[in-house]
Write a protein that binds this ligand. Structure first.
Ligand SMILES: Cc1cc2nc3c(=O)[nH]c(=O)nc-3n(C[C@H](O)[C@H](O)[C@H](O)COP(=O)(O)OP(=O)(O)OC[C@H]3O[C@@H](n4cnc5c(N)ncnc54)[C@H](O)[C@@H]3O)c2cc1C
Length: 497
């Protein structure tokens, strides 16, 4: 069975030597650095859950491609039932990690790659699909963690890529030869790439023949010559760097959602790993099919898991404070649950209403309208859930002293006395739950949730494209028994041309 154990996963990362920078310094070993380590831990958990009988159904799938059981995050959905499992996995992983499962974007890219390479081969006679399937077989057989990269620095947004002063603000093919292609440019905000075995890259800026060199999709190991990772660095990174004990932190083991810029400085990609090169008319399909999949996952499923962490913390604090019978607090908790359920319902509905795209390809994608609506809902619902948790948590969420005070003989007794709310809950627990809410409500997750899988306007644009009001108009016409329009009167003018 091609499932790695968590230990094998960690060992396998030691064989890779990605060039990683953080806080102005080289990260020599991503397994040791306290911030990059959180990504290793999060991906490692996905290997553990695939082995665990309690979560195996969610975390694995039977792949006919290799006739074996594979990790769900290397699998491409072949039915509505698969999409439902995919949605469940999104919530399961995020509520257990309280951060990203870093295999998620690659997983969603696989759906897009399967669907669009199949379509290109059918329409224009390319041979990308068998090449992609060979790649996916390798990923499944070796149970690889794969990150996904679309977002780019981009030049002035009011100009097309060919008119940017710097042509490499989007990943561009700069050379083609009989062995492969050479690419140059960068991707930004990429989740967890340095702790993955592979990165799949999809295009972002190719719309016309003049931008054909930007029409490129490929896969590469993270330590291919010419690849550099420049990691995010936030107050939370600094806090983790300084922490003596990860238990002091708001999410001890898995931390924040870690991203980096990935620079491709003349990176060679062999043809076996190139899945799109120059066929600009299909670049948009790669992106929209990825977005269609990712908006269900990132919107309707993953953030539901995050909300569960926030709701659980707010509920514990309500109990610590003896506020169980206070109507407005219970109303706030109920509102949080209603928002969570709305998001969850949208995500699940997108899965239930999923369909094969394109017909005959064998790959199932979530419903476009519902997937987009689920991400649109979550953008606003997530801020609201955090605001409500902030109300219940009180000022302590942001005024909390360090948990180190509990080890300081001069302050320990004060902190234990004054932060236990006069109850029997140890002050340490009370403080940790507040710290956890600090991580959510006063941290990176609000903007992260808004922008991950695209900001609100991106969903609105997609909705405008797919909404069709014909059915609704017909319903009204039928209910009101509206008369058919009179045929247009003959104007008597001669038809021109
Ligand atoms: C935590 C996190 C993890 C992420 N992980 C990944 C990942 O793994 N892989 C990946 O590929 N990406 C990832 N992303 C990137 C994410 O998809 C983008 O951040 C998102 O698509 C928004 O793009 P941007 O950040 O460049 O913002 P911008 O595009 O700059 O958006 C800022 C504002 O400008 C508006 N705007 C932008 N362009 C235009 C335009 N042409 N016309 C009108 N309005 C415009 C937007 O609507 C928005 O209001 C991640 C992001 C976050 C926050």
């Amino acid at each position: 069975m091609p499932l790695m154990t968590p230990e094998q996963f960690e060992e396998s990362l030691k064989l890779l030597k990605p060039r990683v920078f953080m806080n102005g310094k080289r990260v020599e070993n991503i397994l040791d650095n306290p911030n990059t380590r959180t990504v290793v831990e999060a991906n490692k958990a996905s290997y553990e859950w695939a082995q665990d009988p309690a979560s195996r159904d969610i975390m694995t799938a039977y792949s006919p491609l290799i006739n074996d059981t594979v990790n769900r995050y290397t699998y491409v959905s072949r039915s509505v039932d698969d999409l439902i499992r995919k949605a469940e996995a999104g919530t399961f992983t995020s509520e257990n990690l309280g951060t990203c499962i870093y295999r998620c974007v690659g997983y969603d890219c696989f759906h897009s790659l399967w669907s669009t390479t199949w379509e290109m081969d059918r329409d224009i006679g390319t041979s990308y699909h068998p090449r992609f399937l060979e790649y996916l077989k390798m990923v499944q057989t070796r149970d690889l963690s794969v990150a996904g990269a679309l977002t780019e620095p981009r030049g002035p947004r009011n100009k097309r890529a060919q008119n940017w002063p710097d042509p490499y603000l989007s990943v561009k093919v700069v050379e083609k030869n009989d062995k492969g292609i050479v690419v140059k440019g960068a991707k930004i905000n990429i989740s967890g790439g340095f702790a993955s075995h592979e990165i799949v890259v999809l295009p972002q800026s190719a719309h016309s023949a003049a931008e054909a060199d930007y029409a490129v999709a490929f896969a590469t190991p993270p330590d291919a010559p010419g690849i550099t990772f420049v990691c995010q660095y936030t107050p939370f990174s600094a806090e983790r760097d300084l922490a003596d004990d990860i238990e002091e932190l708001g999410n001890p083991l898995y931390g924040q959602r870690e991203t980096s810029m990935i620079i491709f400085d003349n990176v060679f990609v062999p043809w076996e790993r190139v899945f799109h090169c120059g066929e600009y008319a299909y670049s948009g399909e790669f992106v929209t099919r990825f977005a269609r999949t990712h908006r269900m996952t990132c919107g309707g499923t993953c953030k539901v898991g995050f909300m569960n962490q926030i709701i659980g913390s707010a509920k514990l604090i309500q109990e610590y404070k003896g506020l169980q019978n206070v109507p407005h607090i219970n109303e706030e908790l109920a509102e949080m649950v209603a928002l969570r359920e709305t998001c969850r319902s949208c995500g699940l509905a997108a899965a239930y209403k999923g369909s094969e795209e394109p017909k005959g390809s064998g790959v199932f994608l979530p419903d476009e309208l519902m997937g987009n609506v689920s991400k649109l809902n979550v953008c606003n619902a997530f801020w609201r859930v955090m605001a409500l948790a902030g109300d219940i948590g009180g000022g302590l969420i942001v005024t909390l002293p360090s948990l180190k005070e509990l080890d300081n003989p001069e302050t320990k007794a004060y902190v234990e006395e004054f932060y236990s709310f006069g109850g029997d809950e140890p002050a340490e627990n009370v403080m940790k739950v507040h710290k956890h809410l600090q991580n959510w409500t006063a941290g990176l997750h609000g903007v992260g949730t808004w922008h991950g899988a695209g900001p609100v306007q991106a969903q609105k644009i997609m909705l405008q494209r797919v909404i069709n009001y014909d059915r609704e108009k017909e319903i009204v016409k039928k209910t009101l028994r509206l008369k058919p329009k009179a045929p247009a009167a003959d104007s008597g003018e001669e038809t021109k041309g």
